[in-house]
Write a protein that binds this ligand. Structure first.
Ligand SMILES: Cc1ncc(COP(=O)(O)O)c(C=O)c1O
Length: 243
């Protein structure tokens, strides 16, 4: 679509770091102009907070670097009324959006562990898949041919009608056993900020797939420190809600 209409494409890869699409790594911008990553603590690697913007386009890279530092530039070649080497020039309205050096140090150490973190998540996902295979109530996420999922989340689709348990009952039942579930995500259009906007009228009817997904989505615990025993405990907690 972007090629047909000559659009610039930003891919939000905040959930996908360490994943692959065919032979290309997510974030390599092989299909987009810009790719974004998040280093929030729940993500594949963390710097506490923050993230990065990846691009192969030199103009975009320079612009992002400028915007990160107050919209300023340095260097004789970039400044028209050059006065001397002390000079910087603010050429546009920018932000103060730099990671601190301490955060960068953490990020550098974390990035060395990325492959191991992703591998661990994949191993855990396989174990979940194994436990849910053949389940009439829970459907595991699928990994399309040629895609390497990095499992930031592990979202199952739960057939609440068939199991005759509501999502609230599943959540509270699991919580009693100290297993915390989540939903990723509630469709944006359901938020009250958007709900009453004219553009949003009838959105729920116009987005039947999103709504169907939302009704069934349940995120199970997924992080590298999780053990197989933890996963068995999650599975038992879910199963206990069904009887
Ligand atoms: C898909 C997606 N995009 C963007 C963000 C925002 O990332 P950050 O919290 O680093 O701004 C998040 C955060 O959870 C996310 O999940």
């Amino acid at each position: 679509v972007a090629n047909r209409y000559d659009l610039q494409l930003v891919d939000d890869a905040c959930h996908a770091m360490g994943g692959m699409y065919g032979a290309t790594k997510i974030g390599s911008c092989s299909h987009s102009d810009v790719s974004t990553l998040s280093f929030h603590p729940v993500k594949h690697i963390t710097t506490g907070e923050g993230g990065s913007i990846l691009t192969n386009n030199a103009d975009i890279a320079q612009k992002v670097a400028r915007l990160r530092s107050h919209g300023t530039v340095r260097g004789k070649e970039r400044i028209k009324d050059w006065e001397g080497p002390w000079q910087y020039d603010m050429t546009e309205l920018g932000y103060n959006y730099r990671l601190t050096d301490l955060q960068c140090a953490l990020g550098l150490s974390q990035i060395r562990k990325l492959d191991a973190f992703v591998q661990r998540r994949r191993t855990l996902a396989q174990y979940y898949n194994q436990l849910f295979s053949g389940s009439e109530f829970f459907r595991s996420p699928t990994e399309k041919e040629g895609v390497t999922h990095s499992y930031h989340l592990y979202v199952v689709r739960a057939d609440f009608q068939r199991m005759r348990v509501s999502r609230s009952e599943l959540f509270t039942g699991c919580k009693k056993n100290n297993v915390l579930l989540q939903v990723h995500y509630r469709p944006v259009v359901l938020n009250s900020y958007y709900r009453n906007r004219a553009i949003n009228v009838g959105a729920e009817e116009r987005l039947p797939v999103s709504m169907a997904y939302y009704r069934q989505a349940v995120s199970l615990p997924m992080y590298p420190q999780l053990t197989f025993q933890d996963i068995e405990r999650v599975y038992r907690a879910l199963s206990a809600c069904l009887v």
